[in-house]
Design a protein around this ligand. Structure first.
Ligand code: F6R
Length: 269
């Protein structure tokens, strides 16, 4: 059992022999909508058990349905986020936070402005901070201040990027919050969300692999055949920086939540 993630022992993260490989749970649903419900239920259960939970949350196409279900549950008074803290995974840099394709805009539109989380408890890298390294250092301090993440919800990058957050290929297991340049496959896919695709910034400020692995529980959501290769590499390829999502196999409480297309390249499915 890996204990050093919980102890936040950064030296431990660098010491491979102290790690042990775990087998993530894998759930494959027939319909992508079932992923939305499962993910929303995990978040709701977490908040119901511990109202002041700290959540790491993703943006992107995959979790849109999860956010809709969370907002519905809030409107039906099944859950309140008033005591929760949200630390987003990442944000483009540099970019106007009010740009329609910024992750700040995404989060406000899909979640933050629609539920009762106090604004001061929502954290996302400042995409117009003048100095990206200083901004990364500020964001890093939030983890200590928040006292650790209870549940992290992740997506996975397209094609062979296998990124989590924006930890693109080459990211180390002990990487922490920092600026990362986008992989060309990521830039190609994500530029579709920009009114002018050429406006996509060259990089993001992202939680590092180590920040993600320190969460107590992790769920990774993947829908569609564009994620099949990454899911296969993450679960069945060698563990290493060539496929950053493979580092999730060092985490003792991770669940991959997939649709049939995303699971289609798994040998075991
Ligand atoms: C976004 C993030 C990324 C996405 C991934 C999948 O905050 O951290 O890792 O989760 O790029 O994006 P979609 O869901 O758009 O396919």
């Amino acid at each position: 059992m890996v204990t050093f993630y919980k102890e936040r022992d950064r030296v431990g993260l660098e010491t491979r022999e102290k790690t042990s490989v775990c087998k993530p749970d894998i759930i494959v649903f027939d319909q992508p909508e079932q992923i939305d419900q499962y993910a929303a239920d995990r978040v709701i259960n977490q908040i119901q058990k511990k109202p002041n939970s700290v959540l790491t949350l993703p943006t992107g196409s995959t979790p849109e349905g999860m956010y809709k279900k969370l907002v519905d549950a809030y409107r039906q008074r099944k859950v309140s986020f008033k005591d929760a803290t949200v630390i987003n995974l990442d944000e483009y840099w540099p970019l106007d936070p009010n740009h329609p394709a910024s992750y700040s805009t995404y989060m406000k539109k899909n979640f933050i402005d629609l539920v009762d989380i106090p604004l001061e408890k929502w954290h996302i890298p400042n995409s117009r901070a003048p100095d990206r390294n200083q901004e990364a250092a500020r964001f890093e301090r939030l983890f200590e201040e928040a006292g650790g993440v209870d549940l992290a919800v992740l997506g996975i990058g397209p094609g062979t990027t296998c990124h989590i957050g924006f930890n693109e290929r080459g990211s180390a297991v002990n990487s922490r919050v920092r600026y990362v340049s986008l992989d060309p496959q990521t830039a190609m896919e994500n530029s579709k969300k920009f009114p002018n695709p050429e406006d996509i910034p060259a990089g993001t400020i992202t939680q590092g692999v180590a920040n993600i692995l320190e969460a107590e529980k992790i769920i990774l959501l993947a829908k569609g055949v564009i994620k099949a290769k990454g899911v296969h590499l993450a679960l069945e390829g060698p563990i290493g920086s060539d496929a950053p999502a493979s580092f999730l196999r060092y985490h003792p409480n991770t669940t991959f939540v997939l649709d049939a297309d995303a699971a289609s390249k798994l040998k075991s499915s």
